[in-house]
Write a new protein. Sequence first.
Length: 254
Amino acid sequence: MKVVLINGSPRSDGNTARALAEMCRVFEKNGVETRMFKVGAKDIRGCVGCGNCASLGKCVYDDVVNEISAELRDADGLVVGTPVYYASPNGTILSLLDRLFFSAHYSMAMKVGAAVAVARRAGTTASFDVLNKYFTISGMPVASSTYWNDAFGGSPGEAELDVEGMQTMVNLAENITFLMKSIALGKKEYGIPKNDKRFMNFIRPEEGAKAVKAVQAVKSVKDQAVRKIFRKGAKGDTAPESEADNKAETEEQS
């Protein structure tokens, strides 16, 4: 069993590092190999959508993203840790993950994924949600713990005083280990599920003209109803409609 851990914090020994280190102790106790990548202080550019990874089998920008991808290929699990910046994962980890998940030329299905967010005060659950989306679009079972996977601390080392947060990390690592071993047994017995993919844009070009006509028709009906209400309002609710009004309405509907 092997787990890749990514620390998105620029502080190599900060609170995110302390949370991930707590997990590593559990992995090592269970005989799980770990590989830690500290990327927070690295200059990692975002994905530019060039599509060259489809032919290269890796990202066109040959940096730590490709290094992590090569390591993750044969791993059984991935843990992503981030500090919270403005109630979101920091920009470095998001740039890395966009490129990592888009450029990987292998399936990540059935690799166990887990997100860890660390903050001084708030924003961990929002960050947790963002990171989990990388796993759930890739067929990766998401590991949970006995609380949301977060820890709290401002100054470096304060997260270790978060007793519940550290216990959450321990339980998370135990659950990841269990899931990886269970999936390995399942692969031997049943193999990996075959999932087909179908792609469809919300707006399809061939349906564009029909969609425009439908919108225009609805707008026309609404406009007629609004004009009718204004005419009635100008005359009073009980005033009967004149022949001119009825004729105008008939012309509008024709």
